[in-house]
Design a protein around this ligand. Structure first.
Ligand code: NAD
Length: 353
């Protein structure tokens, strides 16, 4: 197949991991007979430096003309002054909003080869494989607000419409159908009106997916269940804020932030794919970054935007094989284990393909 992929490296370790991901995708294209065209654009801090705008119109145009977007990460100390008129993160939020990417998918899984360094008992982490589906463009982060910088009265509003809940839960149910057919919906229906609408709507949408087992958890209980029985979850769907918090909590199960990918999707096949981690200024430019989160994001791009399941699975198996052989970047090497560089780890994964 022919596909155009917009590539936005961003700042810090973004360009380091993105360059390996495009090499990885080129190898996939060669091996499986596809033609991928990469078109690079600026976003975040580097775009502010060059153009004054964290999301220049040329970058938006490149993404609009593409089948999918692969992004590194944005931000860093150089642009972190909160009083500055533009922040790098605006670039990312602008992209999500411009393209209406309402569903954020974040898979979290544990690797047998890494269990001994994990923060929970290895027996609890056996076979953890969770897919978070977080609503991304509504809820309390986008509701009406009042802020008095020096006053005593400020508020935010959590609001959801039936349509917003329906579209994200449809994504979650469909994902569950392709996995272990279990969906856990997280809300706070005992207290919040918007969350009672959430629960009612999820129950209604469930009628179309009777092959999927549905469970409801209140968000406070969910934080505990994630640590006491992480292996029992398949797909978890939640609103914007609860999904944000729970998926960050779950990210520690995998061992390192550097291992986790994400996809932001809408109803068609277009999507934005990026690792969960930021620009890691503490290790940027040192050839130390773990490229796994970026590589798994590239695999998600193949799976969700290009419908190339076999190719996506090939990347995932290559990563498993390299970890099984004992190769580790510094963030996942235990004390006494020799860490390899980003370049060496990436080369080993690519060689496996
Ligand atoms: P971070 O994810 O950049 O780093 C947190 C810690 O994890 C650091 O110790 C870092 O070295 C480590 N880490 C992260 N990714 C790694 C990888 N691939 N390999 C090895 N170690 C890795 O989060 P932060 O320090 O809170 O933020 C740094 C900058 O990144 C900030 O400017 C922040 O705004 C930005 N940020 C951007 C995004 C994004 O672009 N999506 C997300 C989070 C943070």
């Amino acid at each position: 197949m022919k596909a155009t992929i917009a590539v936005l490296p961003g700042d810090g370790i973004g360009p380091e991991v993105v360059s390996h991901a495009t090499r990885l995708l080129s190898v996939i294209a060669d091996r499986y007979g596809h033609e991928f065209q990469f078109r690079e654009g600026m976003i975040g801090g580097i775009a502010i430096d060059e153009t004054g705008d964290p999301l220049p119109p040329e970058t938006v145009a490149i993404c609009e003309a593409a089948d999918a977007v692969l992004l590194g990460a944005v931000g860093g100390p150089k642009w972190s002054d909160p009083t500055a008129s533009v922040q790098p993160e605006r670039g990312l939020l602008g992209l999500r909003q411009h393209f209406g990417l309402f569903a954020n998918l974040r898979p979290v899984k544990t690797y047998p080869a890494l269990l001994e360094h994990a923060p929970l008992r290895p027996d609890l982490l056996q076979d953890v494989d969770i897919l978070f589906v977080r609503e991304l463009v509504s809820g309390i982060y986008f509701g009406e607000r009042k802020e008095q910088a020096d006053g005593d009265d400020s508020y935010d509003t959590m609001s959801y419409s039936r349509g917003e809940v329906e579209q994200v839960t449809n994504v979650a149910f469909r994902a569950a159908q392709g996995r272990r057919k279990k969906l856990c919906s997280v809300d706070k229906a005992n207290v919040l009106a918007s969350m009672r609408l959430w629960r009612r709507t999820v129950v209604e949408v469930h009628e179309e997916y009777d092959d999927v087992e549905l469970e409801h958890l209140l968000v406070d209980a969910a934080t505990m269940h994630l640590l006491t029985r992480p292996g029992s979850f398949d797909v978890i769907v939640a609103g914007n804020m609860f999904g944000d918090i729970l998926s960050d909590e779950a990210s520690v199960l995998a061992g390192s932030l550097g291992m986790l990918p994400s996809a932001s999707l809408r109803s068609d096949q277009f999507g934005l794919y990026e690792p969960v981690h930021g620009t890691a200024p503490d290790i940027a430019g040192q050839n130390k970054a773990n490229p796994i989160g970026m590589f798994l994001s590239a695999a998600m791009l193949l799976r969700y935007s290009l419908r190339l399941e076999r190719e996506a699975a090939a990347i995932e198996s290559a990563i498993d094989a390299v970890l099984d052989e004992g190769l580790r970047t510094a963030d996942i090497a235990g004390s006494g284990e020799n860490a390899v560089s980003t370049d060496d780890f990436a080369a080993a994964v690519i060689a496996k393909l």
